[in-house]
Write a protein that binds this ligand. Sequence first.
Ligand code: FAD
Length: 436
Amino acid sequence: MWSFQTDPDFQVELDWIAQFVREEVEPLDHILGNQYDITDPRFVALVRPLQARVKERGLWACHLGPELGGKGYGQVKLALMNEQFGRSRFGPIVFGSQAPDTGNSEILAHYGTSEQKKNWLEPLLDNQIVSCFAITEPQGGADPLGFEMTAVQDGDEWVLNGEKWFASNARYASFYIVMAVTDPEAANPYKRASMFIVSANTPGIEIIRHHGFYGEASASHGHVRWTNVRVPADGMLGERGDAFVVAQVRLGGGRMHHAMRTIAEATKYLEMMCQRVLSRTTKGELLARKQMVEEKIADSWIQLRQFRLMVLEAAWLADQGNSWKDIRKHVSAVKATMPKVLHDITERALHLHGSLGISTEAPFSDGLINSYHIALADGPTEVHKMVVAREVLKQFSPIEEMFPDYLLYRQEEHAITLYGDRLAEIGAKPVLAKRI
Ligand SMILES: Cc1cc2nc3c(=O)[nH]c(=O)nc-3n(C[C@H](O)[C@H](O)[C@H](O)COP(=O)(O)OP(=O)(O)OC[C@H]3O[C@@H](n4cnc5c(N)ncnc54)[C@H](O)[C@@H]3O)c2cc1C
């Protein structure tokens, strides 16, 4: 059964979200600092009341299943919601759906002890605290088998040593979820690391530097050094050696949510592009009437529409009960496509606004940098393309013969074997392609 319709009751909620975000949430992007700085008095004064309205409306933390107090809407509805609140830097946190807390809450819900859930998960879900997911290391992020941070058992505790890199929100986080090598000699390289939850105020954790990128409100990606950081035995999440299994719980959803918000951002720039070309005249006619401009509008709309369908299909597959691993081809395809869609649409919007577009008054430079951000975070595009290719290739096998059976002469032989007698019965010959 195929359907491209939104249930009318849910459409009412989407319309409310759209208006609320445009009128009350987007303005925050222009007067507040980092959206994760939740103890800033300006955050408390302006963001908390908006979060309360979302809770009253029953739209808080909709990524969660009912067992965690969420609505259990599923990924398709979540995608449609993110398409609205993803327009704003503050949108996700106003709706209780901000990364990396969403993914970290999924890990804690799966692997946390009841005490960890009480101490960390409950306040996280309520946005009383924020968290950090620290995997990448300075010597390279795209190859997790190259990670060097160690965790060595000492009595009832684990002792962590090493460095993490670009750990988003390290400066605001109350706790870290961190990957460290516990079994360097394990035969299976994917069984060498384990996952830990560590309180941010544990002695031995030092943020060497906060890194930022162009357009961010504050530098918030930590280069973090860990020196003899002692973690209690129950700080290990999941089984020893299972860091990659634990990470997978969060990464599929995290990548999809980024994609949903990318639709929102790209839609915003497409809207700006359309308004501009309908308002600007050159050489006696509107920019919008010039064919090279029309091509840019058309290409942008088509690219965005293709991407949106791809995201919704992957979301729908998840809602059918498939695990993120089952649909990794779809998720990686979405992840590999999103930076290009955002890049291309933002670049056209910037270009069509001329000097205004390149100026710091316009949002497009931020959008361009963001397209590079989403190409790197949660795994670089190249790696996701490798996943797609390998998953696609799994459906095929090599052949023994020198020449494949799809060559035309072999197809003709096959067709004649199948239908030659029937043609002979009616006194006809096959019509064969003329080849030299
Ligand atoms: C804004 C932002 C936020 C982030 N937040 C976090 C966070 O919260 N926690 C965390 O742990 N990490 C985080 N990261 C780190 C992110 O996961 C890494 O940037 C990513 O894994 C790439 O690692 P790297 O930066 O070391 O690049 P490298 O691994 O050095 O890659 C360098 C280049 O090689 C390319 N490349 C990589 N592999 C291949 C390949 N197989 N074939 C061809 N080319 C390849 C990459 O695309 C890139 O262009 C964040 C990154 C960014 C940009």
